[in-house]
Design a protein around this ligand. Structure first.
Ligand code: CP
Ligand code: NVA
Length: 310
């Protein structure tokens, strides 16, 4: 049975039910097939998406913009200096005004609260394209990629190694919702936020899976089906780059670390990768790496999200 998601915002992955997640994956698979078969699929004919970006982006911007065109809609890119937001117009007023013109808003920005406010004050669906706290679209594409390749999610173990950042947070939400075990290994002081770990622990009760937060990278990666990492310095943290690299260098994903995972493990990274830092080429370019499949699946999964909520 399908769940009606029209009008729903995607601010946090934890806002989605398990049924909604599977509905997104089913539509993602069918839209991917249609695109590969060159079959038109204009599910958003005449609809318009505003794309507000105050941070740089390759994958998110291009995949959303291409995605809405493929669905028959139109995208407006709104950079950091384009809106009166840059001259102190409030988010509440901006969101109310944009709701009169657009059918949906995608936002990539620093403060998570800004995205929550856009969704609260506007009357159209808001999609979180990354905040300092979360990156839900990325993790939906990642879980879809794992499902495509392993034909299941329940019972698999994902090990995330490095910084307890926005990507780690959405992985905690996503893996715990779909019945996967998740272990997160970070240096001391870089652990994921306590509230998000608590939400994951709560989710994990449904399938009785494990949520492990540790400083020990070997125990995190032991027998993992997926080894995942991300940059040590996220956008906005550039001034801390050196101290972060010093703290995280032993958390690098290299051949020694992944030898503790299962033989048929997958390596994943949201990209952009900083090769030589959080990951070495020997892993990123190995046959176990699926980094470009996950990047491609951003397109298919986000098209499904837009088609379902807009
Ligand atoms: N993974 C990801 O969101 O990439 P971009 O920063 O290039 O959008
Ligand atoms: N954690 C990274 C993800 C980039 C897609 C950042 O926020 O910069």
């Amino acid at each position: 049975m399908s769940v009606n998601m029209k009008g729903k915002s995607l601010v946090s992955l934890n806002d989605l039910s398990l049924e909604e997640i599977w509905q997104i994956f089913e539509l993602s698979g069918s839209l991917k097939e249609k695109l590969k078969a060159n079959e038109p699929h204009p599910l958003l004919q005449g609809k318009t998406l505003g794309m507000i970006f105050t941070k740089p982006s390759t994958r998110t911007r291009v995949s959303f913009e291409v995605g809405i065109y493929q669905l028959g809609g139109y995208a407006l890119f709104l950079g950091p200096k384009d809106l009166q937001l840059s001259r102190e117009e409030s988010i509440a007023d901006t969101s109310r005004v944009l709701s009169r013109y657009l059918d949906g808003i995608l936002i990539r920005t620093f403060s998570h609260k800004d995205v929550v406010d856009f969704a609260t004050f506007g009357s159209i669906p808001v999609i979180n394209g990354l905040t300092d706290l979360m990156h839900p679209c990325q993790i939906l594409a990642d879980l879809f990629t794992i499902f495509e390749k392993k034909r299941k999610l329940r019972g698999l173990k994902l090990a995330y190694v490095g910084d307890g950042n926005n990507v780690a947070h959405s992985l905690l939400h996503g893996c715990s919702k779909v019945g996967m075990h998740i272990s997160v290994a970070t240096p001391k002081g870089y652990e994921p936020a306590k509230e998000i770990v608590q939400e994951a622990v709560e989710n994990a009760k449904q399938f009785g899976t494990e949520v492990l937060i540790t400083n020990d990278y070997y125990s995190a990666v032991k027998d993992a089906d997926i080894v995942y990492t991300d940059t040590w310095t996220s956008m906005g943290q550039e001034e801390e780059e050196k101290e972060r690299a010093d703290a995280m260098k032993v958390y690098q994903v290299n051949n020694v670390l992944v030898s503790h995972a299962k033989d048929d493990y997958f390596f994943m990274h949201c990209l952009p990768a900083h090769r030589g830092q959080e990951v070495l080429d020997e892993v990123a370019d190995s046959p176990n790496s699926v980094i470009f499949d996950e990047a491609e699946n951003r397109l298919h999964v986000q098209k499904a999200i837009m088609a379902l909520i807009m």
